[in-house]
Ligand binder design. Sequence first.
Ligand code: FES
Ligand code: FES
Length: 168
Amino acid sequence: MKTTMTVNGEARTLDLDPRTSLLDALREHLNLKGSKKGCDHGQCGACTVLVNGARINACLSLAVMHDGDAVTTIEGLGSGENLHPMQAAFLEHDAFQCGYCTPGQICSAVAMLAEAEAGAASHATADLTAPVVLTDDEIRERLSGNICRCSAYPQILAAVRAVAGEPA
Ligand code: FES
Ligand code: FES
């Protein structure tokens, strides 16, 4: 099936087997290897990308479902001298060891901050009627879908905290 997506700001048309996951379309058809395949079962978050600004597990989504969508991968957030603030914070805070989970962690963190800003509650939110306060527990809960086998969690939290700012 012909599928056209805007990927990292560029229109890309692919002729895909309808069973192709978005993750495989990105990695194997568009050669964007930043999004990682950890489990291929929606359990680890290594494949997290942004679709129309929202985070999803690209391994659980069929590429043909994204005809007309805007997809942003880690490559589209920033690179080289032009890093996204979240990428720069991960570097500064040493928020990785092997780095396999890192693209997913960063994409997830970027979308998570937008969700919190928009007032979306999480399991850790005590007062559903008040604006979201990004406590450490909130950040941990909201990023709990991104597993780090190297256990760099304290540094990941520090990096996200640096971008989010201190809770008021
Ligand atoms: Fe998609 Fe693990 S590879 S959640
Ligand atoms: Fe190795 Fe997270 S840095 S899995």
